[in-house]
Write a protein that binds this ligand. Structure first.
Ligand SMILES: Cc1ncc(COP(=O)(O)O)c(C=O)c1O
Length: 394
């Protein structure tokens, strides 16, 4: 592999949290760069000093710039971006707003995230729509040929994750887009775990909507998220809920939906957090998402190899041909909650994958509880050494 252009020392110097901590829970919530924290604190201080509404007015240019940053991250337009609080909030807003009827089909993945899947089931229970899972190919990715075979005129949404919560799998987003576009079916990509670690280009992918959360690989604050919806589609969608920001109240009996993606927003927002999200995206774009991806893949592959070679009972469970920064593994019959606490006492953060976070995949692969170590650009080979030795290398 060619040397990574990421200056790891600088990435670490930019991130105070790295100093005393080995953070392998970037798929939960990554450590923010200091600029992200400073941006939030400055805005909170401004709100406390001059008033929340006045601070908003003072920051209007920087607030507009958040939308521009998100647009650059995904290669969309500013008018196609809605800001929100979580991936689930924006994904639900989009999916529930589609005009469901009995017999409509939602096609999704075996590795779909629990929050998404229960929302599809809820919609199905309310409307008579049906949820169907596209099988995996041999590599464990969504099988694009099987998807093609499942298409008929009752398919009203293809809704898939780019990267699941429970492993290093990267689904073939652009190949899925080709099928969706060939049949004119709306295609929603859940980029919650890919945004910030994999370059995203909605034109190259061919999706019609994309969701992501701020706190994971984007390294933004908690409670921040965004939705991108293609302009030609968003104009046709009647949001499931609206307020006086999503629509203009034009007379006692009428309102007009906003012509852009703000029809999916609510008026009240945590601007300090969202400004932090903008700073996090700008910070990532400065590094370059290709560079970030190269570095993350390099350290994640190294961890996989070392787990397999050096840790007795460790079995890496990641699927897919091109794996990303999420590494999941089982450890025989070791008690994982105890292990997680012991690691945390040694300054090492990992997480445990709850079986129901991707229930269909857990069941189909008969997965035991897994440790998830998810890596970012500031993680080092020395930190991997520390994890391997804390796990008890053989
Ligand atoms: C693939 C995937 N989709 C959606 C979500 C939900 O994100 P949020 O907690 O921001 O709603 C997660 C969270 O872990 C996830 O991993």
């Amino acid at each position: 592999m060619s040397p990574s252009p990421i200056d790891v020392a600088r990435a670490r110097a930019d991130t105070s949290g790295c100093r005393d901590l080995i953070h392998f829970n970037n798929a939960g919530a990554a450590l923010p760069a200091d600029i992200v924290l400073r941006t939030q604190i400055e805005h909170l201080e401004l709100e406390a000093r001059i008033g929340g509404y006045e601070a908003h007015d003072a920051a209007t240019e920087r607030i507009s710039a958040i939308y521009a940053s998100v647009a650059r991250l995904v290669n969309g337009s500013v008018s196609e971006i809605a800001l929100s609080t979580s991936n689930t909030a924006v994904l639900d807003m989009f999916v529930y707003s589609l005009p469901w009827a009995a017999g409509d089909r939602i096609l999704t993945t075996q590795s779909e995230y629990g929050a998404n899947y229960v929302a599809y089931l809820h919609i199905a229970a309310r409307t008579g729509a049906v949820v169907e899972v596209v099988p995996n190919n041999e590599a464990g990715e969504l099988d694009v040929d099987a998807l093609e075979r499942m298409i008929d005129d009752r398919v009203k949404l293809i809704s898939v994750n780019h990267v699941p919560t429970n492993g290093g799998l990267v689904n073939p987003a652009a190949a899925i887009g080709k099928v969706a576009n060939a049949h004119g079916i709306p295609y929603l990509l859940d980029a919650c775990q890919s945004a910030g670690q994999i370059p995203l280009d909605v034109e190259a992918i061919g999706c019609d909507a994309l969701t992501a959360t701020g706190r994971k690989f984007v390294r933004g604050p908690r409670g921040t998220a965004f939705l991108w919806v293609r302009q030609s589609l968003l104009e046709t969608i009647d949001p499931i809920t609206i307020d006086h920001d999503a629509a203009t109240w034009t007379s006692p009996t009428t309102y007009e939906l906003k012509p852009d993606a703000s029809r999916f927003e609510v008026w009240e927002k945590g601007w300090a957090g969202l400004l932090g999200l903008g700073a996090a995206i700008d910070y990532a774009l400065d590094w370059g998402l290709d560079n970030i991806q190269d570095r993350i893949v390099e350290v994640a592959e190294s961890l996989r190899t070392r787990l397999t070679d050096e840790v007795p009972d460790a079995e890496v469970r990641d699927l897919g041909t091109n794996r990303c920064g999420i590494v999941t593994f089982s450890l025989g019959d070791r008690d994982l909650p105890t292990l997680k606490t012991e690691l945390q006492q040694q300054g090492i953060n990992v997480s445990i994958v709850p079986p129901a976070s991707a229930l269909l995949d857990t069941m189909a692969r008969d997965l035991p509880p897994l440790i998830r170590a998810s890596l970012h650009i500031y993680n080092t080979h020395d930190e991997i050494d520390a994890l391997i030795s804390a796990l008890g290398a053989g």
